[in-house]
Ligand binder design. Structure first.
Ligand code: OTD
Ligand code: ZN
Ligand code: ZN
Length: 345
């Protein structure tokens, strides 16, 4: 007998769709299962103003196949020159649902991010006033700080002080990778949430480095040791509403990944629901899957949950293509290294 599970249609609270040919190739992979996604603004050049976000939303909708429905939830890329009035107008019109903070240099296309946090104080105060969410890439870029410690140091040096001086600011720590980050979220009030990716629930740093370097497992923040992965699984499957799915699906072509200086990012849009269902099933926590994928995110963003349902079925292992084809080249689909038994019917 096949086991089935019906959930409200999920959303992805952290997604990279890119632009042009890559957008065309990856958008259907997300829209097939997800109703909405928070769209990351790290294009080249970045999406900084309300006008740029409106134009990007239009390009996304134009790239959507006619038979699919999908709502892009737009964000602005915070720079030291961001105008609080432009942010407030874009939020008031319903165009944007968040502003994204990248410490300058922390990840792909983050060069225009923030160096001096005093310069963005006015924007953050305006956001606290209007209840607009700040999504944070939580890693310091100080070259003295070891790459595996960058999230932990960010919480102490940047995030906690920033939240103290901006009371009421709603913050999502994106793609958390450490037990300390999960503890920090648990120990805070409900103004702080965190997204967790499918890949950080599955790989630890050994997967990247043991037995040969695996460029398709390299992403930022880099996966940490096994005890942290276990803590992330614990947080995701706990039922705590402050944790929700943000895939951080970040497509790069194979030549750009399989290189002497390979790009960071795991592409999971195609098989995310199979990946997370497998993890939750393994934990005996399938009853928490709908909260993590479909309820906790909308609750944090103060949006209605989706009314539509999807059904997951468990059966013989599902096969996914090794890569999807884009006009820029092939993009490898994340391989968890174990069979996936759950599929979206
Ligand atoms: N991490 N790659 C990218 C972004 C993220 O930090 C992130 O959100 C990307 O390619 O845009 C990655 O590894
Ligand atoms: Zn990030
Ligand atoms: Zn990202």
């Amino acid at each position: 007998m096949t086991q089935t599970l019906t959930l409200r249609r999920p959303d992805d609270w952290h997604l990279h769709l890119r632009d042009g040919e890559m957008l065309k190739a990856v958008l259907p992979e997300t829209a097939r299962h997800f109703a909405r996604a928070i769209i990351m603004p790290n294009l080249v050049p970045p999406v900084v103003t309300g006008a740029q976000a409106a134009a990007y939303r239009d390009r996304i909708l134009a790239a959507l196949p006619e038979d699919m429905r999908f709502e892009p939830l737009m964000t602005l890329y915070l720079t030291e020159d961001t105008d609080p009035a432009d942010v407030a107008a874009a939020a008031a019109s319903g165009l944007i649902k968040a502003v994204k903070l990248y410490p300058a240099g922390a990840t792909t296309n983050s060069a225009s991010g923030v160096r001096d946090f005093d310069k963005v104080r006015g924007v953050l105060e305006k956001m606290a006033e209007i209840g607009l969410t700040l999504c944070v890439h939580g890693e310091v870029t100080d070259p003295e700080v070891d790459i595996f410690d960058r999230e932990t140091v960010f919480i102490d040096r940047v995030l906690d002080p920033l939240r103290r001086v901006t009371p009421g600011l709603r913050v999502v720590m994106e793609h958390i990778t450490t037990s300390g980050a999960a503890d920090y979220v648990r120990g805070s009030d409900t103004d702080l949430g965190a997204t967790i990716t499918a890949h950080h629930l599955i790989i630890n740093r050994n997967h990247i480095l043991v037995g040969g370097i695996k460029p398709h497992y390299y992403c930022l923040p880099v996966a940490k040791r096994e005890s942290h992965r276990v803590a992330l699984v614990g947080a995701a499957t706990s039922g705590d509403a402050r944790f929700f799915l943000g895939t951080d699906s970040a497509p790069h072509t194979d030549p750009n990944k399989e290189s002497a200086c390979g790009c960071a990012g795991c592409f999971t849009a195609t098989n995310t629901m199979s990946l997370v269902a497998e993890v939750f099933d393994h934990e005996g926590a399938l009853d928490k899957l709908e909260g993590f994928c479909s309820l906790n995110g909308p609750a944090f963003y103060r949006l209605p949950a989706n009314e539509e349902r999807i059904t997951l079925e468990k059966g013989a292992p599902v096969s996914y293509p090794a890569h999807i084809v884009s006009g820029e080249g092939p993009v490898t689909v994340f391989d968890p290294g174990f069979p996936l038994h759950w599929r979206v019917a």
